[in-house]
Design a protein around this ligand. Sequence first.
Ligand code: ZN
Length: 306
Amino acid sequence: MRKSRGLCLLPGLLLMFSAASLAAAPPSTPIKIFVSVLPLKYFVERVGGEAVQVSVMVGPGRSPHTYEPTPRQMAELSRTQIYFRVGVPFEQVWMKRIADLNPHLRFVDLRKGIRLLVSPAHHHEDNENLQEPDDHQEHGESAEEEKDPHIWTDPRLVKLMAEQIRETLTALDPARADEYAANYRAFVADLDQLDRFIRDRLAGVRQRKFLVFHPAWGYFAEAYGLQQIAIETEGKEPGPKALARIIALAREEKIHTIFVQLQFSRTAADTVARAIGGRVVAVDPLAEDYLANMRLAADAFVQSLE
Ligand code: ZN
């Protein structure tokens, strides 16, 4: 009796050992990841599925232009394996600090391979002061600061970001390569569908210029043949002169809608709207539910441009 019982235990022990060695093989599941803004959280979750646990630095309603990480977030970063960044302004202050405190943390820049647009705020400044186009080099600004970081408003660029997410996760966790590849393909199919939807919706509109407080829609405009005109200059409310110029321009171009996002004050937008007898409409470039939100945004643009 005792002997046969001992024999029965053996396969169980073997199973336990093999399970333990399998569990030690992948990094740590789920892989702990940080991203800068909410749309990136959605992108990483689409590609990573259940293998990832994603935290976002700039939560709902907060501005990626002025954000400061909380002590809790700083502590959480010590247990994080990958940080996906995209070039939003708060990163310029915080990425180095975070890297210094967390030498184990791997940073992946999702702008890689993407042709960046020049930040429109700088154009405004140049026009206003009638300076040479490259005059702001003298202020000692880095090339990074001059680039428009809002690349995710073009779904075609999100495909490139998703590819980089897939490559990063696969390198860290090759055992799940097929899973990441399948998730990536499904996401790309959704992005292609979104791109066609926006293209179709905007195909018929004649007005191609739109007015926005914070210039977050430059890549969207570039992708769909629109022209973004920003009210904000250098991240600040415009002065009376700049405001008067924008009002004159809106009248001339027969623009009746000013787009705003909840992360910024809408005072200047309201002023322009009153002056031109127009309306203020909210579109959010930072919503987590990317696909649905971009459809809503496309509808809002069509309604204002028709
Ligand atoms: Zn922004």
